[in-house]
Design a protein around this ligand. Structure first.
Ligand SMILES: Cc1cc2nc3c(=O)[nH]c(=O)nc-3n(C[C@H](O)[C@H](O)[C@H](O)COP(=O)(O)O)c2cc1C
Length: 252
């Protein structure tokens, strides 16, 4: 049996969650869905493999960009745990969408986790999560999945969420370069969607940008941002939905 973790994690929160979940697993091989200019048609998993698939929640769904990449992979009934990571508002239909997408690839989804990580757009929500307590709890989830891997019944796995999934309308929040931009191009080289011009990082192809905020998080000059006034009013409007410490959950 080989162990794998497939992750789409533009700003690192989802990766920290999957690292905690798989911390007690042997020799985990990581596959990064956010790598720019990458195809995954050659990726295939065998029947005896155990695979964790982790994605962030975007507007109550999983990112369409990452779904397209995951669907290039093939699995032969490989056991799989799906992980939806969200910024302390809600995960809505993301978990069932990830369950269906994994099944379409040929995975046998035996367990599911929802976990909270710092909000990648509004960092004042779920700040510092996953924290020490989260990491311990997520590692325990991972151990329980390992114990149950041969007995867990995927047919009995009933997850929260709606089918059909909620509609996602409206474009991405497209971050822009400020006057601090030195044109170093780190953002352009790490943009999963290749939406930033490598010759002039101030230019962004809005039709390609998926609003993942990786460019904001990797900029050494803190020179990229989305309209702060709009974000402030959005945070005020939505504030109640982010209240309280939301739990991590294991479904098995
Ligand atoms: C475009 C976008 C939409 C998001 N929508 C939601 C959401 O519907 N609910 C929520 O709780 N968090 C939401 N978040 C927060 C992310 O799910 C959360 O911060 C996640 O940890 C980001 O993953 P990453 O750090 O691996 O990039 C959203 C973030 C982005 C960038």
């Amino acid at each position: 049996m080989s162990n794998f973790a497939i992750t789409f994690s533009p700003t690192g929160g989802t990766l920290r969650v999957v690292q905690a979940v798989t911390s007690a697993w042997q020799d985990v091989r990581h596959i990064d869905l956010s790598e720019p200019a990458k195809t995954f048609d050659e990726v295939a998993f065998g029947k005896s493999d155990l695979v964790a698939i982790a994605m962030p929640v975007y507007s109550g769904r999983i990112p369409a960009f990452a779904v397209r990449r995951l669907l290039q992979m093939k699995a032969d009934g490989s056991k799989c745990v799906i992980i939806a990571v969200y910024g302390n508002r809600a995960y809505e239909d993301a978990l069932v969408e990830l369950q269906d997408t994994a099944a379409k690839c040929g995975f046998d989804v035996i367990a599911a986790i929802t976990a909270v990580a710092e909000h990648s757009i509004m960092r004042q929500f779920a700040t510092g999560r996953p924290d020490k307590d989260d990491a311990a709890e997520l590692a325990e989830f991972g151990r329980r999945i390992m114990e149950a891997v041969h007995t867990a019944d995927s047919k009995a796995l009933c997850l929260p969420g709606n089918r059909p999934y909620k509609n996602v309308d409206g474009g991405a929040f497209v971050p822009k370069a400020t006057h601090r931009c030195t044109g170093c191009g780190i953002c352009a080289r790490s943009c999963p969607a290749q939406a930033i011009d490598t010759d002039d990082p101030r230019r962004v192809d809005k039709s390609r940008c998926i609003g993942c905020f990786r460019c904001v998080s990797v900029c050494p000059e803190h020179a990229r941002r989305f309209n702060p006034l709009l974000l402030k009013s959005f945070a005020m409007l939505m504030g109640k939905a982010f209240a309280g410490r939301k739990p991590n959950e294991l479904f098995i």
